[in-house]
Design a binder for this molecule. Structure first.
Ligand code: F0G
Length: 427
């Protein structure tokens, strides 16, 4: 059986090449459903190991190495790639692990993707499907990383890209990328949720293909964060995966990936997933602590602009991930995010503010007694340090409103003299 699209709410199915983003019958989110029975036995640890030693561009991609689990059955030249994935799984230094409060902490750095965020894995999936459907224009609303990635992937395969940002709340490096890659770049006088609602309407009315994480092919690509991480660990499952939550695409993709890997016998158990939201952008957390009685939305505010989202597209899929993995949700405030970021940066690894929510979240969950200090924990760093240089420089200059620069590294200005340098050394 070919892979199909399945509505997670009403169960209606659609052929894989039907041009739909959500379920036309009920509006529910769609999954790409693979024929796991057909894959069992064909897709093995050995197959993926063999591909690691190959320079074939699909085998070498950290997404398409696992293509049977993402978008099976296309001719080789149909897969769009720009060398995404293959990101480092760092072992935290004792100092950083101590800050987080756990003995075994690893950091999967998705900021090492070609455009500096995990979105490249999703775009490999989404843009490949766009090509299959024969679309000419792609569109997204973005807090900056989706747009940077979509602009790049569209450019490499000659698609027109239209990106929409909330005005004033997108980090500098990300805007620069979209403009540089040639996307039609539009600032909307509203927040991300207003911008996504606008783009959604546009994609219903105009001949443009939506590449926000409503698009199930984006999530298929993002599953490879889990698959590649487990491959790097010799398929040894950690106790916890900790991930920042904004539009909740990653949280959703991770649950699906893990269940599929388990059902295929590629892993022997499921880890628990912890989703970390910013305190001022916490709709999932609010619903979680009320045992899902209401689907909350909020007017979001946080220094971590990437996750400044109050009405997440993948709310229901993230809830499903939490059910599947006995997961938890917690929140961290901007102070905790920026302090954790300073620690990750000073460890020589670096990330953008939203990513640091994951390490701040580990620290909080250890404090609360949810994560045991001897647990085996993998945190996901979602974006590169250089995405948001303003946040870095203002933190270290102690000029961030309402934030203590607990770990500030002050820059010095000196006269060009040996004595001045000598004086610094004796400070
Ligand atoms: N971290 C970074 C660096 C992000 O850019 C995003 C989302 C997230 C975390 C949250 O991930 O949506 O899967 O829960 N950025 C989107 C964008 C919204 O437009 O770039 P999620």
């Amino acid at each position: 059986m070919d892979s199909i699209l399945t509505c997670m709410d009403c169960g209606k199915t659609y052929p894989i090449n039907e041009r739909v983003i959500t379920c036309p019958a009920c509006g529910g989110l769609l999954d790409v459903t693979h024929d796991l029975d057909a894959l069992r036995g064909t897709v093995t640890h050995e197959l993926f190991d063999q591909r690691l030693g190959s320079w074939n561009k699909l085998d070498h991609s950290g997404v398409w190495r696992y293509r049977e689990l993402i978008l099976p059955g296309l001719p080789e030249d149909a897969y769009v790639t720009r060398g995404e994935g293959n990101t480092t799984l760092y072992t935290a230094s004792p100092k950083l692990a101590d800050y987080a409060g756990v003995a075994h902490l690893q950091l999967k750095h998705e900021g090492e993707n070609p455009t500096g965020s995990f979105k490249d894995r999703g775009m490999a999936g989404g843009v490949t499907q766009a090509q299959q459907l024969g679309v000419r224009s792609v569109i997204c609303a973005s807090t900056g990383n989706t747009s940077a990635s979509m602009a790049s992937f569209a450019a490499i395969c000659g698609l027109q890209a239209m990106v929409f940002f909330p005005v004033g709340y997108v980090a500098l490096g990300k805007i620069a990328q979209s403009v540089a890659y040639g996307a039609l770049s539009v600032q909307v006088e509203g927040d991300f949720d207003d911008t996504l609602a606008l783009v959604w309407d546009v994609a219903q009315e105009l001949p443009v293909y939506l590449l926000n994480s409503y698009n199930p092919f984006r999530l298929e690509g993002q599953k490879t964060i889990m698959i590649e991480m487990l491959h790097q660990r010799g398929w040894r499952v950690p106790d916890w995966i900790v991930v920042p939550g904004g539009n909740l695409g990653n949280s959703s993709a991770f649950g699906k990936a893990l269940v599929e890997l388990r059902d295929l016998g590629l892993i022997d158990r499921l880890p628990r997933i912890a989703i970390i939201q910013a305190e001022g952008a916490n709709p999932l957390y609010r619903s979680y602590i009320e045992d899902w009685q209401t689907r909350h939305t909020v007017r979001a505010q946080t220094i971590a602009t990437a996750i400044r989202i109050g009405n997440p597209a993948n709310f229901h899929k993230a809830h499903r991930t939490l059910d599947w993995t006995n997961g938890v949700v917690t929140i961290v405030d901007d102070q905790a995010i920026m302090d954790a970021k300073a620690q990750i940066d000073a460890a020589g690894i670096g990330c953008e503010p939203a990513s640091a929510a994951s390490v701040a979240g580990v620290r909080r969950l250890v404090d609360e007694g949810t994560i045991a200090p001897d647990a085996d924990v993998v945190s996901i760093l979602t974006g590169h340090l250089l995405k948001d240089p303003d946040a870095v420089l203002n933190y270290h200059a102690q000029t961030l409103d309402g934030i203590e620069s607990t770990y500030a590294n002050h820059m010095k200005t000196i006269k060009p003299s040996l004595d001045a340098v000598a004086a610094l050394l004796t400070e």
